[in-house]
Design a protein around this ligand. Structure first.
Ligand SMILES: [Zn+2]
Length: 438
């Protein structure tokens, strides 16, 4: 009896599930091994692999790949039930084919199979493969998708798994063709024991239950790392990296602050945030609201204050469009200021509301006097590029200084001589202590 005949007999012979022979024992096309087809499967033999049966959808997949002449080579096992249950597999010389009713049969091999095996095969977080190993769209790497994640491989990065919300973020950014490139790590528990991350070639994606999954990269990531990652005062990222309104800077928001970056300032960590709402009666004419907010960001970042632009609303209040601000005295408000600032419209707590009006009467660039408990300011349509930042500075507790290098110059912000204007350490401390920075 040949080894194929011995295997056939062990499986029940003609009365077994393989059924009767359909071919004689035949030399395989590769000239190395031998096979015999039966009604319900095949037995393949080679000197190095021995005789093993392969059948059903696993055999179909192996056949589609090229039988023994594929990279899989000859079977090393019969079809076997998986330890995790619900599936079947054959191992081959060059990989494996796994099948379940839900996933059908897919091959996994090489470094990707090695990663999957190290994680626990089908009992890992990944579950069963739902694709064969495939070339990535960028033409550089390889991947298998699994039921609950993926393994990506390149020669430069090796094979790493990515799954869940982190994979979802990576996918939404464009997979390996995004600035993140390929994963450099598996998903890993962060040192604080709470969150998870994957590092990638071009950055990281961090996830925690309360913050979700967000990417962080470049100089902002470097600064966050320098401060201690998630164990720093910043906690986890709550946004991807964002562009400032004028495109001149970048920032990422974190649970307890933000990091701002611009070419001029480098990366600046912000301990607190001013939550800004804009309500517009008349749009400014010299500088856009977005330009004023972008300017506010860069100046405030030097004082460790981030800016969260929470909402914009157009108000149609013609009677308040040339706003009587009286003497613009902190702590007192005119009837028109009281009427205007009553339009907080669901803005909560200590958030700052800035009303853009056609003019103030008497004419100023802006006025930060506001009714008690309604922190905010008015900015006139002829305001300077720094008026918004200046008026909110008053709201946060700052007073005028006689220095045109500084944001809080009392000589008019059009006279600022060194943009972005300075906020000194004592001013930063005052702003951080304000109830309107959180
Ligand atoms: Zn002022």
């Amino acid at each position: 009896m040949s080894d194929i005949d011995v295997k056939y007999a062990a499986l029940g012979g003609a009365g077994g599930w393989l059924g009767p022979a359909m071919t004689p024992e035949t030399v395989a096309p590769d000239g190395v091994g031998r096979y015999r087809h039966y009604r319900s499967g095949s037995i393949y033999w080679s000197p190095s692999s021995g005789a093993h049966e392969v059948h059903g959808r696993i055999r179909d997949r192996w056949a589609a790949l090229g039988w023994e002449r594929s990279f899989l080579g000859y079977p090393l096992t019969d079809e076997t039930a998986t330890p995790g249950g619900g599936g079947r597999y054959n191992h081959f010389q060059g990989g494996s084919v796994y099948w379940t009713p839900a996933t059908d049969a897919h091959e996994v091999h090489g470094a990707i199979r090695g990663k999957w095996a190290a994680l626990g095969w089908e009992r890992s977080v990944l579950g069963y493969p739902i694709t064969d190993e495939s070339a990535t769209p960028d033409g550089i790497g390889r991947y298998n998708h699994f039921q609950a994640g993926s393994v990506y491989w390149t020669t430069a990065t090796g094979a790493h798994e990515v799954h869940g919300a982190i994979r979802g973020k990576w996918s939404s950014l464009g997979w390996e063709r995004s600035f993140l490139g390929y994963p450099l790590t598996d998903e890993t528990t962060a040192p604080d024991g709470v969150g998870r991350y994957n590092h990638f070639q071009g950055g990281s994606v961090y996830w925690s239950p309360s913050s979700g999954a967000h990417e962080v990269h470049g100089a902002i990531r470097n600064e966050w790392a320098r401060l201690g990652w998630e164990r720093s005062f910043l906690g986890y990222p709550t946004s991807d990296e964002l562009s400032t309104e004028d495109g001149s800077g970048r920032y990422s928001e974190f649970q307890h602050g933000s990091i701002f970056w611009s070419p001029a300032t480098g990366a600046l960590a912000c301990r607190e945030t001013v939550r800004l709402h804009i309500k517009c009666l008349t749009a400014p004419t010299r500088f856009s609201i977005n330009q004023m907010i972008a300017n506010m960001r860069v100046t405030y970042a030097t004082a460790q204050i981030g800016v969260k632009y929470v909402s914009f609303e157009t108000l149609n209040l013609p009677a308040l469009n040339d706003l009587d601000v009286g003497g613009c005295t902190a702590g007192s408000a005119t009837a028109e200021q009281i009427a205007l600032f009553a339009n907080r419209n669901n803005v909560t707590g200590t958030d700052v509301v800035v009303y853009f009006v056609r003019s103030t009467q008497p004419p100023f660039n802006g006025c930060a006097a506001h009714p008690a408990g309604q922190p905010g300011a008015a900015v006139a349509s002829g305001a300077s590029a720094w008026t918004l930042a200046h008026e909110v500075g008053h709201v946060l507790g700052l007073s005028h200084v006689n220095d045109n290098n500084r944001l809080m110059t009392g000589n008019g912000t059009d006279n600022i001589t060194n943009p972005p204007p300075d906020l000194i350490a004592a001013e930063s401390a005052t702003m951080l202590a304000s109830a309107s920075t959180v």
